[in-house]
Design a protein around this ligand. Sequence first.
Ligand SMILES: [Zn+2]
Length: 107
Amino acid sequence: MSFAQSLLENVLRVAEEKGAKKVKRVVVEIGTLLMLNPEQLTFCYEVVSKGTIAENSELNIVEIKPKIRCSVCGKEFDAPFAICDCGGVVTVEGGKDAVIRKIEMEV
Ligand SMILES: [Zn+2]
């Protein structure tokens, strides 16, 4: 619930700055490593946005997968293992961010 709450607060702050009357659609990118359930997030967002100008707005969630690669041979992995077969250290890039990409509103 807290993530939906802070997402809504950010959306409302931007909408307020633009002098919007109504928020229609929000596109948010979410790294899969944050382990957020999109259905649950959509539900929570609907709940917390009730009574605000974002009520009934559509929430589009784009899941962003991290790039997991061996720093030595460059082999890619699906899950973050600590050490590659070659002995190189596996690094994880991205997948931990939540970014609001777009807010459609009525001004
Ligand atoms: Zn390797």
